[in-house]
Design a protein. Sequence first.
Length: 104
Amino acid sequence: MKTLITKSLPLIGLFSWSVSSAQNSQVYHDWTALDESENHIDVFYRVVQCGEQDPTTLYLHVFNENGEPKSVSFEINASDSDGSTQSYSVNTLSMEAGEMISAD
């Protein structure tokens, strides 16, 4: 029992830190899927500011639901309420069948 408690304490601390961080986050755009591509590559994105002093971050999940390895390229153009725009490009991302990649 003693071993179980000592191994659980770091996990409890990590969980409480994650909850605290999440409470200070501003979600500008929650998880949204881009239109599915013809080659069965799914792209999901989310726009979040984790703290008042942190930059706004674009999070991506890219999933190859195709049964074969694929090479992926795409571009996301984002704009804010002030009219500022930013382009994000992903060029030649090699993915195995069934692989999911997360990035920010």
